[in-house]
Design a protein. Structure first.
Length: 366
C-alpha cells in the first residue's frame, strides 16, 4: 500500500512522441510533395527541425521533431525516393502524444492508501520512481483452539475433526495483505495457551484465533484476552458469528476471537477482520464492494440478529439475481464454497420475498 501521495516531478510524456509509423510534417503542407530530411526512431531522435515543404520519417515512440505539428501514417502517403506526398486536409495534433498528455508536473499520480497492483506499479515506473514509500504488512499470529482438532492430513481419533479453519483463515489473511505466522492448534489448557499467545505477541501486530470464544468450560480465549488486555466486544448480533470477540492488547496490538464453526469464522472475518487489516495498511477502501441484488428466493430473517446469507449470482436483464446456496448452517462450509456474495438480511419477522432488492457484499462476480 502506498504510504504517501505520488506526485509527478516531470510531465508524461516528456517529449512529443509519435503514436504511429509515419512522417512528421506541418499541417500547412497538406496535399504537397515534401523533401524527407531524415528519420526519428525510438531512442534516436532526428536532430534537425521540420521546416516548410519538408518532412521527417518518424517511427512509433520516436520524438516528433521541432516544427512538425502532425504525423501522417505511412500507409497514407506516397513515397518516391527522398520525397513524400501527403494527403490534403491534415489537422494539427494528429497521431502524436503531446508533452504532458498523460500527466503534468505537479499532478497527483496516485493517492496515499492506494493498493499497488500492476497498473499502479507501471505508472510509478513510467514516472521514473525507483522506490516508493509503502506501508508494512500487518503481522498476524493465527491459531486454532480445541482438543477436538487434528492437523489436516492426520487421522482423527474418535470425536476429532480436521482443522479446516486455520487454512481457510490463512488464505483469507494473506488475501487481505497480512504477513501470517501460524501457531498451530492450541491446547485446551490455560497456562499452555497463555504461554503460546504471549510469546507470539512479541512480534505480531494482531492475534487471530478460531474457536474458544463461546461460554463453554473449555472456551479459554476470551478469559485469556481479558487477562492480557481489554475485551471490547464479547458477542455480536450477527448470524452466523454471534460469539465474535474483539480485544485491545498492550503496545497497540489487537486480537480477534473468531467462532469455531467454519462459516461463522469466515463471515466474521469478512465483516470485521478484513476491514481492520486494510485500515492497518492505510488503504482507502476498507470494505468489499456492495451491490444491490434481486432475490431469487424468499429470505427468512432472524428475529434478533442481522444475517449474512450465502448466495450465488446470475445476470438477468441487466440485474444481478441472488440464489441461495442451500442450508445456511454455520457448520456447512459448502454453503460458502463457490458463493459469489453475502446477502445482508436485517433482523425482523418479515420474510423478504423473492424479487426484493437487497444489499450484497460481493466476494466475486459470475
Amino acid at each position: 500500500m502506498l504510504a504517501e501521495d505520488l506526485i509527478a516531478e516531470a510531465p508524461l510524456p516528456s517529449f512529443p512522441a509519435s503514436a504511429v509509423d509515419g512522417y512528421a510534417v506541418r499541417a500547412t503542407d497538406a496535399g504537397r510533395t515534401l523533401r524527407v530530411l531524415g528519420e526519428s526512431a525510438a531512442g534516436r531522435p532526428f536532430e534537425g527541425a521540420v521546416e516548410q515543404a519538408s518532412a521527417a520519417r518518424v517511427l512509433t515512440g520516436g520524438v516528433v521533431p521541432e516544427g512538425a505539428d502532425v504525423v501522417v501514417m505511412v500507409e497514407d502517403v506516397q513515397l518516391a525516393g527522398d520525397t513524400v506526398t501527403v494527403p490534403a486536409g491534415l489537422r494539427p495534433g494528429t497521431n502524436f502524444h503531446k508533452v504532458g498528455d498523460d500527466l503534468r508536473a505537479g499532478d497527483r499520480v496516485l493517492s496515499a492508501g492506494t493498493q499497488l497492483s500492476a497498473a499502479e506499479i507501471g505508472i510509478a515506473a513510467a514516472t521514473n520512481r525507483a522506490r516508493l514509500p509503502v506501508r508494512r504488512r500487518p503481522r498476524v499470529a493465527l491459531m486454532s483452539t480445541g482438543d477436538e482438532l487434528v492437523e489436516v492430513g492426520n487421522t482423527p481419533r474418535p470425536g476429532q475433526i480436521p482443522d479446516s479453519n486455520r487454512w481457510a483463515l490463512l488464505a483469507a489473511l494473506r488475501e487481505a495483505g497480512a504477513d501470517v505466522k501460524l501457531l498451530g492448534i492450541a491446547p485446551d489448557e490455560p497456562q499452555a495457551l497463555r504461554r503460546l499467545v504471549v510469546d507470539a505477541l512479541k512480534d505480531a501486530d494482531a492475534l487471530v484465533t478460531s474457536g474458544g470464544v463461546s461460554v463453554g468450560t473449555h472456551d479459554l480465549v476470551k478469559p485469556l484476552l481479558e487477562s492480557l488486555g481489554e475485551v471490547h466486544i464479547g458477542r455480536v448480533k450477527l448470524k452466523p458469528g454471534k460469539p465474535f470477540t474483539f480485544a485491545t492488547l498492550p503496545e497497540g496490538r489487537v486480537a480477534f476471537g473468531l467462532p469455531g464453526f467454519p462459516v461463522s469464522s469466515l463471515v466474521t472475518f469478512e465483516v470485521f477482520v478484513r476491514p481492520a487489516l486494510r485500515k492497518m495498511q492505510g488503504l482507502a477502501q476498507l470494505d468489499r464492494p456492495t451491490l444491490p441484488v434481486r432475490l431469487g428466493y424468499d429470505a427468512r430473517p432472524t428475529p434478533d440478529r442481522t444475517e449474512y446469507q450465502r448466495v450465488t449470482l446470475r445476470r438477468e436483464g441487466g440485474e444481478l439475481v441472488a440464489e441461495t446456496t442451500g442450508s445456511q448452517s454455520s457448520s456447512r462450509l459448502m454453503s460458502l464454497a463457490g458463493a459469489h456474495a453475502l446477502v445482508r438480511v436485517p433482523a425482523g419477522d418479515q420474510v423478504l420475498k423473492k424479487g426484493s432488492v437487497v444489499e450484497a457484499m460481493i466476494l466475486s462476480l459470475p
